[in-house]
Ligand binder design. Sequence first.
Ligand code: UT7
Length: 331
Amino acid sequence: MSTPSATPSFTILGTGSHAPSQVVTNDDLATSIETSDEWIHSRTGIRARHLSGPEDTTTRLAVNAARAALLDANLAANQIDLLIVATCTPDLPMPSTASLVQNELGLSPRAACFDLNAACTGFVYALDTAWAMLSSGRYHHALVIGAEKMSTVLDWTDRTTCVLFGDGAGAIILGPAPADHPASGILAARLGTIPSTSDLLRIPGGGSSPLTPEARRYITMKGREVFKFAVRGMEEVARELLAEQGLATENIALVVPHQANLRIIHAISEYLEVPRERFFINVERYGNTSAASIPIALDEARRAGRVQRGDLVLLVAFGAGLTYGGALVRW
Ligand code: UT7
């Protein structure tokens, strides 16, 4: 848990997102594996996903999302002194994706740049980390990106996983709340990891452990178990955040959840007793873009006018680890 003091307040000054141009529908997938639009849509809500070509590296996706966020915040790249890229699909083991992004964006050499891996919860982890670093008084403007090229860690012959994920990136700029709206800001954030669940969702090969026919660089998942932990974890973290702030679910104007599965989102809506209309959902067009899913959804929600000044917005996610996390933001 981290709840730095409410003053000074740091808030989201701009958002941006980017997805590769290639859109692959469920019907397209059904031409190469034994699946159907009916199965995928009824189990997950997904209709299509964006997939990268070789030129769309994780870095390139991140840079495009970051440029849009800088423009939205009306900030120059050299005003950023902290860059965190949440990703579990970096271009390279080293240097970090953040270093590559820094170079392309032309950030100041004094900017701290690093990657963070908390899988699909990565963006919420990065947001809380950036908030804590800004609250230390040593940094002023943070660029927080969730960027993933999930297509590179999928076994395209495994229908139980490859139909679920997509590629993309989303970014936010965090900085001091504007003088004319000092009440805006991140109110609270909470992070966690559920013990003994690391085997439920993993990429068993490709790190420092050797690649073998059994441990390949592809996602493996026990979907049903992940589903149950996801619903429980996100509901709990949402309730804890609200209780900590003395707020109720009725106060939430919009929930921007991790976009993994429409049934998971509907289950959270039911358990939290927040109507479905107050959830922003775009999983049907993107699939699960892991750490990119919340910032892409947040950017789309804002640009669609779903977030207004003064609104209370809940971000909530889960992912491999199993990790979970949430944040409450006053817009
Ligand atoms: O960010 C975290 C990411 N992970 C998640 O969010 C995963 C959460 N879990 C889920 O979303 C769901 O568990 C899934 C969508 C992955 C699976 O849905 P399910 O209702 O739990 O299905 P199931 O795994 O129990 O599979 C049912 C059947 C199986 O056939 P049999 O054994 O009953 O004959 C599967 O082989 O569906 C079959 N199946 C498919 N059929 C057509 C699995 N994948 C496919 C497919 N197309 N793509």
